[in-house]
Design a protein around this ligand. Structure first.
Ligand code: LLP
Length: 420
């Protein structure tokens, strides 16, 4: 359940009319529901109550500082993948001891920052990274706590661009090198291995790949314990899917039950890194119809949002439900909803049945709370949209709309050219 619905024919987010938001903020605009985020977070974290666990929200899904602050209030930790995300999480008030640092390409500066801030652990993705982490830790005289990210060679059966558990993907360390890596870490007193980590992909809609993965991790865990390593954290990553169209992902409770059943005897503290399942269905992108046109073969609705604002359809052929902001009686027609960008991949829906739309109508692209704004760009010199957070009767602009000056401020013409 989420908090988007019609009241007297107008789309509301909680108790605020989308029309009121658009009147003040314009389009395109991302609108998020605070109540939905709270609800999703609570259901997710409560599902794991039975055993020691820490939910580290995956910041990359939606990293607006207000969203992070909201999640912090609920007790969330953070999974970060860059110095920027780490700064955001800290600025939102999340304790360093609730932050894990993932990612295959951490720079030396990022590692230093993590060590200096005293984060809970680094999820290390290669033997070379482990070596570098150890060297920097020694230099700074700070203990580096780490987990090794295992590549379990499991097929997560999701879109290939967001599947990460197969050997051919760049992620993690192959299972058969994990024990060796742990042994190598003993040579550096500043390295302290405290866990295992895995993330097999995103938008997973069945539990089987998770089960297969845990089984493999369990074996490794037990082997390492027998060798005398003091493991504490088992980080299961993120990946739980959501409903965009008619998928049937496991409920958080079902997902949790399976994981708990498998790991409860290990004595581990579980870490979960959910992203999409918390924020995906808590956000929409509202855009205005600029033009309608037909080219004999297809009917097009050209809107003022583009693939630079929401790239998921272009990049993954992702399905996002689209609804009019004001309910329509008109008959349904088959249309392509496209953006203004000069690329054929710039679409939000193809051959979609929608009520007849006309210039000036507003539509909402649903389930845009995760991997929406965060993946936006300035392609075609388009300032990025505003972000609005609704909470009950109130709405807050949590990121103002960019303007062209914001973009130009970062650029300069070489001085030498001034004289000619
Ligand atoms: N942990 C790690 C290490 C990750 O790489 C990710 C996502 C997550 C957690 C969170 O996964 P989630 O619970 O959100 O599935 N841009 C793509 C999704 C990329 C996911 C990348 N990693 C999309 O729009 O579908």
């Amino acid at each position: 359940m989420h908090y988007f619905g019609y009241k007297k024919g107008v789309l509301f987010c909680e108790n605020v009319s989308v029309l009121d938001i658009v009147k003040e903020v314009g389009t395109p605009v991302y609108i998020y529901s605070a109540k939905t985020i709270r609800r999703h977070y609570k259901i997710f974290s409560d599902s794991f109550k039975e055993i020691p666990s820490l939910v580290c929200y995956s910041v990359k899904a939606n990293s607006n500082i207000a969203i992070l602050a909201l999640l912090k209030k609920l007790g969330a930790g953070a999974d970060v993948v860059s110095g920027g995300e780490l700064k955001r999480a800290l600025k939102a008030g999340i304790s360093p001891q609730k932050i894990v640092f993932s990612g295959v390409g951490k720079t030396e500066e990022e590692i230093k920052m993590g060590l200096e801030k005293g984060i809970l652990m680094f999820n290390v993705e290669s033997l070379e990274e482990l070596q570098v982490l150890g060297e920097i830790a020694k230099e700074l005289k700070k203990m580096a706590y780490f987990a090794l990210r295992v590549n379990p060679n499991v097929d997560s059966k999701t879109h290939p661009y967001i599947a990460t558990g197969l050997r051919r993907s760049k992620f993690g360390i192959p299972e058969d090198l994990i024990i060796e890596a742990y042994k190598i870490s003993l040579k550096n007193p500043y390295l302290k291995g405290i866990g295992l980590d895995v993330h097999i992909g995103s938008q997973l809609t069945s539990v089987e790949p998770f089960i297969e993965t845990i089984k493999r991790l369990k074996n490794l865990w037990q082997e390492l314990i027998q060798l005398g390593f003091e493991l504490k954290y088992l980080d299961m990553g993120g990946g739980l899917g959501i409903v965009y169209e008619n998928e049937e992902p496991p409920l958080p409770q079902e997902y949790a039950e399976i994981i708990i059943r498998e790991v409860k005897d290990l004595g581990a503290t579980l870490i979960l890194e959910p992203g999409r399942v918390i924020v995906g269905n808590a956000g929409i992108l509202v855009t205005k119809v600029l033009y309608t046109k037909s080219n004999l073969e297809r009917n097009f609705v050209v809107v003022d949002a583009g693939m630079n604002d929401l790239i998921r359809p272009a990049l993954y052929q992702a399905y996002h439900k689209i609804v009019p902001v004001e309910e329509k009686e008109e008959k349904e027609v088959i249309i392509d909803v496209v953006g203004p960008i000069c690329e054929s991949g710039d679409f939000f829906a193809r051959e979609r049945k929608l009520p007849l739309l006309k210039r000036g109508d507003l539509i909402a692209i649903m389930s845009a709370g995760a991997y929406g704004f965060v993946m936006s760009s300035n392609y075609n010199s388009r300032p990025r949209p505003a972000e609005v957070l609704v909470d009950g009767e109130e709405f807050y602009i949590i990121r103002r709309r960019e303007n062209i000056e914001d973009l130009l401020n970062l650029e300069s013409i070489p001085h030498a050219w001034n004289s000619s």
